[in-house]
Design a protein around this ligand. Structure first.
Ligand SMILES: [Zn+2]
Ligand SMILES: [Zn+2]
Length: 184
């Protein structure tokens, strides 16, 4: 993103200015979400001159492309993020952002951080997405799975119990139990 000249603001503390920025920001990507590089992010920012530097607040709008964490379908969703950050003139250890040496303000690091925070860690194409069948890989949203995975979970519990008993044969009657380990 292009730097914004803020020398006029720095010369008159308390003054403010509204700027509109609309540019692509490359490299906004997590495992399941990204902002396509040809899709610009639009920002309406109020820049306010304060003692420490320039206080930036406003909203960012753009569009995510995401992959559903359950069914892996690709889908898009608009985002609208509010943010407010200080860009320090002489940054100290607690300041995340600083003005450039030529007293321009580069909005890109602030925009980047705000958008990355908004990216869903585990996006879903819809809240009740049924996902893919673990056995056949069919999309259950589309009824592609024949339902072969339906078993009575009570038998699973019995299998676990029997395997557990089988794994400890002939330890002696330490607990006095009369184990029926001969069932196979
Ligand atoms: Zn899905
Ligand atoms: Zn299936």
């Amino acid at each position: 993103m292009r730097g914004i000249d803020v020398r006029d603001l720095l010369e008159s503390p308390g003054s403010s200015r509204v700027v509109h920025v609309q540019e692509p920001v490359p490299g906004l990507r997590t495992e399941l979400a990204d902002v396509p590089e040809d899709t610009p992010i639009a920002a309406d920012l109020t820049l306010e001159s304060v003692v420490e530097g320039i206080f930036v607040r406003g909203s960012l709008e753009g569009r995510f492309t995401m992959r559903c964490a359950r069914c892996l379908k690709t889908f898009e969703r608009d985002f609208d993020v509010e943010m407010a950050e200080l860009v320090a003139r002489e940054p100290g250890p607690d300041d995340d952002y600083a003005l450039e040496p030529d007293l321009t303000l580069d909005p890109e690091p602030i925009v980047r951080d705000a958008v990355v925070l908004e990216m869903p860690f585990s996006p879903l194409c819809r809240p009740d997405c049924l996902g893919l069948c673990e056995i056949c890989g069919g999309d259950r949203n589309l009824g592609e799975c024949p339902g072969h995975e339906v078993t009575d979970p009570r038998w699973d519990a019995l299998d676990v119990l029997l395997n557990h008993l089988d794994a400890r044969p002939d330890e002696g009657p330490s607990d006095g139990g009369d184990r029926t380990t001969t069932i196979r």
